[in-house]
Design a protein. Structure first.
Length: 96
């Protein structure tokens, strides 16, 4: 729950102002860490997707691809839901 709340806070901060960017990145990174510590794979995927999308805007595509690919790869092929589709879309955008 804390991971998702931090992710959402980070997303909201990104929509505010340039002054919020650092705080937003910190929230997204913390959300990812909490989800990893709790072995909450779906929350980890959401946080990694948000963070990767943000890092793409900063031209940190290698880091973004690495973190998102490592989480996305843990899901079995054939499993499909909105979060996985979104993560795949972001990965495809990072590779172009």
């Amino acid at each position: 729950m804390a991971a998702e709340l931090l992710r959402l806070k980070g997303e909201l901060l990104l929509r505010q102002s340039d002054q919020s960017v650092s705080a937003a990145e910190q929230c997204l990174c913390e959300a990812l860490k909490i989800a990893q510590d709790q072995h909450a794979t779906m929350l980890e995927l959401r946080a990694a997707t948000s963070l990767a999308r943000f890092w793409k805007t900063l031209n940190k595509t290698d880091e973004a691809t690495r973190i998102l690919q490592s989480v996305h790869a843990r899901f079995h092929e054939g499993v499909d839901n909105l979060e996985l589709s979104e993560a795949k879309t972001v990965l495809d955008q990072l590779r172009t």
